[in-house]
Structure formats: structure tokens, C-alpha cells
Design a binder for this molecule. Structure first.
Ligand SMILES: *[C@@H]1O[C@H](CO)[C@@H](O)[C@H](O)[C@H]1NC(C)=O
Ligand SMILES: *[C@@H]1O[C@H](CO)[C@@H](O)[C@H](O)[C@H]1NC(C)=O
Ligand SMILES: *[C@@H]1O[C@H](CO)[C@@H](O)[C@H](O)[C@H]1NC(C)=O
Ligand SMILES: *[C@@H]1O[C@H](CO)[C@@H](O)[C@H](O)[C@H]1NC(C)=O
Ligand SMILES: *[C@@H]1O[C@H](CO)[C@@H](O)[C@H](O)[C@H]1NC(C)=O
Ligand SMILES: *[C@@H]1O[C@H](CO)[C@@H](O)[C@H](O)[C@H]1NC(C)=O
Ligand SMILES: *[C@@H]1O[C@H](CO)[C@@H](O)[C@H](O)[C@H]1NC(C)=O
Ligand SMILES: *[C@@H]1O[C@H](CO)[C@@H](O)[C@H](O)[C@H]1NC(C)=O
Ligand SMILES: *[C@@H]1O[C@H](CO)[C@@H](O)[C@H](O)[C@H]1NC(C)=O
Ligand SMILES: *[C@@H]1O[C@H](CO)[C@@H](O)[C@H](O)[C@H]1NC(C)=O
Length: 882
């Protein structure tokens, strides 16, 4: 019927429109609907939905109808939002939109607030392929969501809120990769959030509020870096808030109130506080504190944490004072306590009722603030005193009872009681503390004695040292300031699920994988399996990067601590690997000497490593000991600049003088030179020894020496060191790496490095030079050998200590004690090093005390008390072989 009539009136329409468009509208000609099929489809829609002639007049071209948009004569957008139906249509409204099926270029369909009682047809997913926006809000739709909707991959906005939809969210929805706005709120959906939702990387708004959804909040949501609005409120979600949500770097609105959520919120939950606008956590069972950044989030307008078990004190304001009147704060019904603070200045509406705040009400708190049911002074409707007192007593916090007490007698009674309680508590704590102290002392003594007992030929220690490598308790490390937090998923992606192909090596502190971050940055990821590695190894390293920052250490990018048994540390990738592999490469191609690490590079590497260690030993306070100095710890960037790695062993030197004295008191005779076994000792001299082996490795090309302390390596050292003599340059050629091409000038440098190495390898830790002298020596290698040679005749006499080797072999006598306390010596050494001013004057060394020997009798006496006076000639001429 429709077809017949329309074909009869068409010619008339045609001429009318020709006139209309050409004469009156001209350029809008292309608006005219050109597809017969679509023409028919629209008329079918018009009758099936009962649309009125007012909006869609029968005698007008459909492209001019209200809410119809055409392009090139085809319908691309339909908006019937808020339309009213004809009387007939109102009587029996249906979800009958079959006409849509032939509008194949339709990009947008908006029927919000238009009654469509019925189910979404399955064919939507097969026919409306071009659809980008589907808005069916408040249409009284029921039934479940068709699985086929997942086919509409062009969709960017899907709005189905305020209907009666039931069933679960089909997993096919996760195919909608272009989806930015996803609103299923206010329905009767059940089940849990499909995990694959984490792949909808363009999602900006996800609204699932007011449904019957359950299960936990998937950690994978944290992958949605573009997500600004997340609303999961009024459901039955349970469990805790996953720390991965930290990945939501664009988060503006987080609404998860009125669920069954529990646990505490990770303090670093909000990685980008500057974007925050709305946080609603109300009516859950959260405990713990509120992430501190919310108080300083500049754009926060609405914060509702009411109806939980949150606790903690109000911080003071860190924002500027321009009170933002429209800000809302609701903390009611929690366990907050302490005094009201200036942070309340930032809010124009404040509800603190039902907490345990105490003290007076400052005048910056807004007049209409709700403060009922607290422990505040001079205010009505507060908790009774005993509630308040027992609350504060349970938490060991001070409660200042209001001074004008309503009932003085009862008041005194309770305060006396609490006084007594305080005294008892103090006594008990004091006693426990004393016992703990004694226990610690005992353990210390036992550890020392045991180390004394089993000495091995590691031969590098200074004697017993209490194991002090354990990191500070996790709580004192502020992870957020130490690199970025990566999600496990990010790391999985970066390393192709930690595939074997990406494994670099199984290091002693963890497995190293290469990978590429999403941003394209190549990284190395250390996987630390806490079941096989010393507990908290990762914390040691985090602690290190929190303390030390210097270009000589491997750039640390971040960490991932979310898994219980596996922790991950992420570093920048070093293109040239480590020194051991560079030397190995060289040795593999021995015939091709061009590829061998040339001497200039080797010297540069030695210098770089010395710089890093010197920083640790002399610029950190207290001094830090690396404890894993070896070729494989010396990483090399693209320019062969040294970046020290392998920092999981580091610890602070036993710099405490008292402790050293205790250590020395306990030291048995003859044992001081034997060294400790087991864990490397925590003294800088240990690093120096290991560095000596690295230097020797550079000189000789002998692989693996620095990595090993076994008998074979020791034997090799014992055989090699005698070839290093300050008096005989030619002798060193017998041990120099045969693949090194060195002329006579360079040989002098090689010789110098060997001499430095030998001084580092002194079996007596106390006679090894401090790192800063080693650095000076490597900076001026020729001075090491030339000036020494010119004065070599005098070396055999005791007055020779004024020459360079006083710094390397001699000045330790005055400085070895001092190196423990950098403040005494480090600055003075800068200007007048023993090397620069070497010669007969002998005025160098550690500042006032002089390193020369002659001028430092008092210091030497002090030294001798602790270490036996060495015979320097012997030391230089042959290594101790005890
Ligand atoms: C949709 O149509 C309604 C009613 O005509 C109108 O108020 C509204 O602005 C339209 N919306 C859009 C996005 O075109
Ligand atoms: C869509 O067009 C086809 C012809 O191509 C027609 O057979 C069918 O009835 C039309 N469907 C609707 C709902 O108009
Ligand atoms: C649909 O129309 C309503 C009413 O005009 C409007 O508020 C809404 O923004 C439209 N939906 C979309 C996705 O544009
Ligand atoms: C997306 O829309 C375009 C036309 O707008 C269409 O050609 C294409 O097939 C659609 N993609 C899918 C996956 O349907
Ligand atoms: C759409 O989804 C259905 C499942 O609902 C599937 O069978 C079909 O192959 C998909 N593709 C198209 C183009 O309809
Ligand atoms: C998603 O959108 C981009 C442009 O924003 C488009 O190039 C791409 O084809 C879309 N993907 C699909 C599956 O439609
Ligand atoms: C989510 O939807 C509900 C109801 O449909 C609405 O009140 C709420 O404002 C929406 N949330 C966000 C963040 O837009
Ligand atoms: C707070 O903790 C108490 C005691 O554990 C519990 O009884 C109460 O239900 C909790 N309140 C909320 C809102 O979770
Ligand atoms: C604060 O939250 C509580 C409980 O969620 C509610 O009863 C109260 O009305 C809220 N206060 C304000 C000022 O909105
Ligand atoms: C806030 O500042 C006041 C006064 O400076 C101080 O007494 C109070 O302890 C501070 N509160 C906190 C939580 O730091």
C-alpha cells in the first residue's frame, strides 16, 4: 500500500524538489534520498514505530525529516530520541525496527527515551555493520544482550542504560575494539565482568553501575590507560581493589560505592592525581587509610568515602588556600580520628559525622559541616566519653578529654585509669625493648664468633662482619619514588611471556630477560623468584636505587611487585652487555684482532667502574659496599660507558666505629687476614679486592677471574701477580693479553693498571688503597709508573712513602680508618691527591693528618694499634702467600 501510493506521488515530489533545491536551497541537493530500498525502509520504520507526521511528514523527502541525516543520498544517522508515537502506536508499542536492516550505511541510531519494549534483535549484529553509535537508553528493552552485537566492531559508543536487560555481559563484546563509551548501567545484568575487557584499549568510560554484577574487580581493568570514568557502583562486587588499577593514568571518576568490597586501598592507587575529579568509595567494607594523594589532587571536586571502616588522621592542607567552595567531602561513618586539620579548608561541603575526631573545631571548617557523633569538644551530639577513650586507648593514641568535664569525678576516675594504663604500657614496652636489645647483642656476638670459626680461602675479608645486608623493612621504602610501577601484564607483553628466547641469563639474584616496553624502550627485566632467592633481594635493590643516583649505575626504570612469589625489576637495556661477555666475544674471534676490546676502551671501562665504586665508597654516607664487583656486573652502554649493575648484594659498610671496635675486640689473633666466608663482607676493601681482579682481567684477558674465588682462580692469581713489578716494565709483557695491540706508550699504561691491580689484590684488606686513590691512579696511569720509577731507588728506604705509592700502598695507613668516615677525608683529597703532588715533598694524603708517613706519627700510632705495621718493601716486591 505504501509503495503504491508513494510511486504515484513521486513525479510530483520530484519536480517540487527540483524547484525547491535549485531555486531556494541550491547546494543541499545531495540531501535527497536516492536509494529506493532505504526510502521503503524508512517508511516501514515510520509505520512500525508509529511515528507522527509532525516529525516525519509523509510528503517530504525523508532526508529532511527530523532526526534523519543523509550523505550522498543514503541515510547515515537516525535520531528518534524523545519522539512521541501516534495514538495507534502508543496502544501497542513494539521493538519493531526491521526497516533498519536495509539502512546498510547507518552509522548512528539514537532512540533514547523512546519506548521499545522487546528484545534487541539478533540481526542487529549481522546487518548494522556500519553502526558507530547505538543509543537505546531508557527504552524499556528487556531480555539478554545478543552475542552478535560483538560483530559491530565499528561501534565507538554503546549506550544501553536504564532498561531491563538481564543475563550476563557476552564475552563477544570484547571484540568491540573501537569502543570508547560503554554504558550498561541501571539494568539487571548479572555474572562477572568478562576478563577480556582489558583489551578494549580505547575505552574512555565504562559504566556498569546499578546491576547485579558480582565477582571481583578484574585487575586487567588497569590496562585501560585511556579510561577516564569507571563506574561500578551499586553492584555486588567483592574482594579488594586490585593495585593494578594504578595503570588507569587518565582516571577522572572512580565510582565503586555500594558494593561488598573490602581490604585496604593501595596507597599508590592513583598514579595521576592531577586528573582526578570524583572518587566515590562509600558503603563498602574498606579499611586502612585513604591514599594520601587524594588530599592534594588539584582537580578533585567530590570525595565520598562514607560508610566504611577507613581510619587514619586528616593531613594538613598541601594545596594553596583558595578555598574551593564547590568541593564536597563525605567521610561519615568511618574510624577516622585525631584533630581537624587545615585540609578541611579545601571543601565547601563537609560531612565528618560518625567518626572519632577529637579536639576543637577550627573556624575554617564550614558552618554547615556535619560533625555529629565524634569526640569533638564543646559540641552537641558527640559520642560519649568512654567510647572515645576506649577507641583511642585501643589504638594507643592520645585522647585529650575535654577540659570542662560534665562529671568531674567520673572524668578523673577514667583519666586516672588511662594514666595507669599508659604507665603499665610504657613499662611493658620498655622491658620488651631491653630484652630485644640484649637478644640482638647476643646474636651479633654469636654471628661474629661463627664467622671467625669457618674461614675459607676467599681471603678477602676483614674478619667477622655481622650480616648487614638485609634491607630496611618494606614500609620504609617509598616504592613510588623509585621508578615506575609496571603491571605484570605489561611485563608479560614486553617479554613475550618471559619466553626462553628472551632469557639473557640465569643470574644469581634472578633471571634476566630482555624485552621491549609498549613505548618501544628496550629493557632488561630481572625476575626474582622469592622461593629460590634470598627473601627481599628485590627490596635491597630498590633500596639502593632509592639511595644512590649516579650515572655510573644501570638506569633503573621500575618494578612490578604485584605477584606474591615473583618480583620484577626493570632496567634500561645496555646494548653492549657486560664486560665478561664483551671479553668473551673478543676471545671467540681471537684471530680477528680488530674486534677485540682495544686498550683505550679497556682503560675507559676501568675508569668508569672506579668512578662508580668511588661514588659508593666515598660520596655516599654511610659508605655503600657493592659486594658483587666482577666483570659481569660491569654493564656497558652503546658507547662502552660503564653502568654498574648487579646491585642486589649492596649494603652499607660497617661504618659505625663502635661496631668496628666490637668486631675487632672479638677478632682472634692471626685471623684478621684470612677473611670471612659465606656472604661477602660489608667493607669497601672487599670491593677494592674484587676490582683488582677485574683490572687484572682487563690486563691479561683471562676470563672469569673476577667471577670466581675458587682454588683454581686463586692459584692463577698467585702465579700472575709476581709478574707485576713497579721496577720492571718488561716483566708485565709476560702476562698481558696477547690479543692486545699495544705500543711502548700504551704498554706503560697497561703496566700501570697492572700495578694498581696488584695493590688492590693485597691479601691484607687494610693495605688495599681506597677507591678514590685508585680512581686518581687510573686517571693518570703514566704518573703511576713514571714518577715511581724516577724515585724507585728511594722506595727501598722508609722515606719513600712520599711518592705515588704512598697513595696506593702507603697512605692506607693513615686513611684506611678514615675512609670509613667520608666526611673527614673525601673533600680534602680532591685538591691534593697523593698522585699529583707526589715526589720528595710527601705532602699528600688525607688532609691534615698527611698521608706521607713522616708527618703523621700520631695517626700512625693509632693505625698501628689496629693493624700491624706493614713492611712496605715486602708488599711491593712480592705478594703475601700465606
Ligand atoms: C535527537 O532528537 C531530539 C529530538 O528531536 C533532539 O532534542 C536532540 O537534540 C537530538 N539529538 C541529537 C544528538 O541530534
Ligand atoms: C530489505 O530489502 C530487501 C530487498 O533487498 C527486501 O526483500 C526486504 O523485505 C527489506 N527488508 C525490510 C525490513 O524492509
Ligand atoms: C541521543 O539523544 C539524546 C537526546 O537528544 C541525547 O541527549 C544523547 O546525547 C544522544 N545520544 C548520543 C550518543 O549522541
Ligand atoms: C565499518 O564501517 C564501514 C563503513 O562505514 C564498513 O565498510 C565496514 O565493513 C565496517 N566494518 C565492519 C567490521 O563491519
Ligand atoms: C557475527 O556473530 C555471529 C555469532 O553471533 C557469528 O556466527 C558470525 O559469523 C559473525 N559475523 C557476521 C559477519 O555476522
Ligand atoms: C577503528 O577506528 C579506526 C579509526 O579511528 C579505524 O581506522 C578502524 O578501521 C576502526 N576499526 C574497526 C574494526 O572498525
Ligand atoms: C553511570 O550511570 C548512572 C545511571 O545510569 C549515572 O547516574 C551515573 O552518573 C553514570 N556514571 C558516570 C560516571 O557517568
Ligand atoms: C567495620 O568493622 C567492624 C568490626 O570488624 C564490623 O563489624 C563492621 O561491619 C565494619 N563496618 C563496615 C562498614 O564494613
Ligand atoms: C554522607 O554519606 C552518608 C552515608 O553514605 C550519607 O548518609 C550522608 O547523607 C552523606 N552526607 C552528605 C552531606 O551528603
Ligand atoms: C597539622 O598542623 C598543625 C599545626 O601546625 C599540627 O599541630 C598538626 O599536628 C598537623 N597535623 C598533621 C596530621 O600533620
Amino acid at each position: 500500500m505504501v509503495d503504491q501510493r508513494s510511486s504515484r506521488v513521486l513525479p510530483f515530489f520530484f519536480f517540487f524538489f527540483l524547484f525547491y533545491f535549485f531555486v531556494l536551497l541550491g547546494p543541499t541537493f545531495e540531501q535527497q534520498l536516492s536509494s529506493q530500498l532505504e526510502f521503503r525502509a524508512l517508511f516501514e520504520l515510520r509505520s512500525s514505530l508509529g511515528l507522527r507526521g509532525k516529525e516525519w511528514p509523509r510528503k517530504t523527502d525523508p532526508c529532511l525529516w527530523n532526526g534523519v541525516v543523509c550523505e550522498d543520498g543514503r541515510v547515515v544517522s537516525l535520531n528518534i530520541s524523545g519522539f512521541r508515537r501516534t495514538r495507534l502506536g502508543r496502544q501497542n508499542p513494539q521493538f519493531s525496527v526491521n526497516g533498519l536492516a536495509n539502512l546498510t550505511l547507518l552509522r548512528s541510531f539514537n532512540a533514547s527515551n523512546f519506548l521499545l519494549p522487546g528484545t534487541i534483535p539478533e540481526w542487529f549484529g549481522h546487518r548494522l555493520n556500519s553502526l558507530r553509535v547505538l543509543d537505546l537508553r531508557s527504552c524499556s528493552i528487556y531480555g539478554s544482550l545478543p552475542y552478535s552485537l560483538g560483530n559491530l566492531t565499528n561501534l565507538t559508543g554503546l549506550y544501553l542504560s536504564r532498561n531491563n536487560l538481564s543475563g550476563s555481559i557476552p564475552s563477544s563484546f570484547t571484540n568491540l575494539k573501537n569502543l570508547s563509551f560503554f554504558d550498561l548501567s541501571s539494568n539487571f545484568l548479572s555474572g562477572s565482568i568478562p576478563l577480556e575487557i582489558g583489551t578494549l584499549s580505547r575505552l574512555q568510560a565504562l559504566n556498569l553501575s546499578s546491576n547485579n554484577l558480582s565477582g571481583s574487580i578484574p585487575a586487567i581493568l588497569g590496562d585501560l590507560g585511556a579510561l577516564a570514568d569507571l563506574d561500578l557502583s551499586f553492584n555486588s562486587f567483592s574482594g579488594s581493589v586490585p593495585p593494578e588499577l594504578r595503570g588507569l593514568r587518565s582516571l577522572k571518576k572512580l565510582l565503586i560505592g555500594n558494593n561488598l568490597l573490602s581490604g585496604s586501598l593501595p596507597d599508590n592507587l592513583f598514579s595521576n592525581p592531577s586528573s582526578l575529579e570524583t572518587i566515590v568509595l562509600n558503603r563498602n567494607s574498606f579499611n586502612g587509610g585513604i591514599p594520601s594523594v587524594v588530599w592534594s589532587a588539584p582537580g578533585l571536586r567530590f570525595l565520598d568515602v562514607s560508610g566504611n571502616n577507613f581510619t587514619g588522621q586528616l593531613p594538613n592542607s598541601s594545596l594553596s588556600d583558595n578555598a574551593t567552595v564547590d568541593r564536597v567531602l563525605n567521610m561519615s561513618g568511618n574510624l577516622f580520628y585525631g584533630g581537624l586539620s587545615t585540609v578541611l579548608r579545601q571543601f565547601g561541603s563537609v560531612d565528618l559525622s560518625g567518626n572519632y575526631f577529637q579536639g576543637g573545631v577550627p573556624d575554617y571548617v564550614v558552618v554547615n559541616a556535619s560533625l555529629d557523633s565524634n569526640c569533638l569538644q564543646n559540641l552537641r551530639n558527640q559520642r560519649n566519653l568512654s567510647d572515645c577513650e576506649s577507641f583511642y586507648a585501643e589504638r594507643g593514641q592520645n585522647f585529650d578529654a575535654p577540659s570542662p568535664a560534665p562529671s568531674p569525678a567520673a572524668e578523673r576516675e577514667t583519666s586516672k585509669k588511662s594514666n595507669r594504663r599508659t604507665i603499665i604500657l610504657a613499662a611493658v614496652l620498655g622491658g620488651v625493648g631491653l630484652i630485644l636489645l640484649l637478644a640482638i647483642l647476643l646474636v651479633l656476638v654469636l654471628v661474629c664468633l661463627r664467622k671467625r670459626g669457618d674461614t675459607t680461602q676467599r681471603g678477602v675479608g676483614v674478619g667477622p662482619v655481622p650480616g648487614s645486608s638485609s634491607p630496611p623493612p618494606a614500609a620504609t621504602i617509598n616504592y613510588s619514588s623509585v621508578g615506575d610501577a609496571f603491571t605484570y601484564l605489561q611485563l608479560l607483553q614486553a617479554t613475550s611471556d618471559f619466553s626462553d628466547a628472551n632469557l639473557i641469563k640465569n643470574g644469581h639474584s634472578g633471571d634476566l630477560f630482555r624485552g621491549v616496553l609498549e613505548s618501544g624502550i628496550p629493557v632488561v627485566i630481572k625476575r626474582i623468584d622469592l622461593r629460590s632467592v634470598k627473601k627481599e633481594a628485590h627490596l635491597v635493590e630498590l633500596d639502593f636505587f632509592g639511595k644512590a643516583s649516579h650515572t655510573r649505575f644501570v638506569p633503573f626504570l621500575g618494578h612490578c611487585l604485584e605477584n606474591d612469589n615473583e618480583k620484577f625489576l626493570v632496567y634500561k637495556y645496555m646494548p653492549n652487555g657486560d664486560l665478561s661477555s664483551s671479553l668473551y666475544k673478543k676471545n671467540n674471534t681471537e684471530d680477528d684482532s680488530l674486534q677485540s676490546l682495544d686498550w683505550i676502551t679497556r682503560l675507559k671501562i676501568a675508569l668508569g667502574a672506579a668512578e662508580g665504586l668511588s661514588y659508593l665508597h666515598h660520596e655516599c654516607n654511610p659508605p655503600l659496599v657493592h659486594r658483587d664487583v666482577q666483570a659481569s656486573s660491569i654493564l656497558l652502554d652503546d658507547k662502552f660507558e660503564v653502568r654498574l649493575g648487579s646491585l642486589s648484594e649492596f649494603c652499607t659498610q660497617e661504618g659505625d666505629i663502635h661496631q668496628s671496635k666490637i668486631t675487632r675486640l672479638l677478632r682472634l689473633p692471626q685471623s684478621s687476614e684470612q677473611g670471612a666466608s659465606g656472604t661477602p663482607t660489608a667493607v669497601c676493601a672487599y670491593d677494592v679486592y674484587c676490582f683488582g681482579k677485574v683490572l687484572l682481567e682487563l690486563v691479561t684477558g683471562k676470563l672469569g677471574i673476577s667471577a670466581s674465588s675458587d682454588a683454581q682462580a686463586k692459584e692463577w692469581l698467585d702465579q700472575t701477580v709476581p709478574y707485576i713489578s713497579i721496577y720492571d716494565k718488561e716483566l708485565v709483557t709476560k702476562i698481558v693479553d696477547p690479543s692486545l695491540i699495544v705500543d711502548d706508550d700504551l704498554l706503560e699504561e697497561v703496566w700501570a693498571m697492572a700495578v694498581v691491580a696488584r695493590s688492590c689484590l693485597n691479601p691484607k684488606p687494610s693495605r688495599r688503597p681506597p677507591m678514590r686513590y685508585i680512581l686518581k691512579a687510573l686517571e693518570n696511569p703514566l704518573k703511576v709508573v713514571r714518577e715511581e720509577n724516577s724515585g724507585s731507588a728511594r722506595l727501598r728506604t722508609t722515606s719513600s712513602r712520599g711518592s705515588w705509592n704512598a697513595a696506593l700502598f702507603g697512605s692506607w695507613r693513615s686513611s684506611s680508618d678514615i675512609t670509613v668516615i667520608p666526611a673527614v677525608s673525601s673533600t680534602k683529597v680532591e685538591g691534593g691527591s697523593g698522585l699529583k703532588h707526589s715526589g720528595t715533598t710527601g705532602s699528600q694524603g688525607s688532609g691534615q693528618n698527611g698521608g706521607g708517613g713522616e708527618h703523621s706519627s700520631s695517626y700512625r700510632r693509632h693505625s698501628r694499634e689496629i693493624f700491624p705495621e706493614p713492611s712496605s718493601v715486602q708488599d711491593v716486591e712480592r705478594p703475601d702467600q700465606d
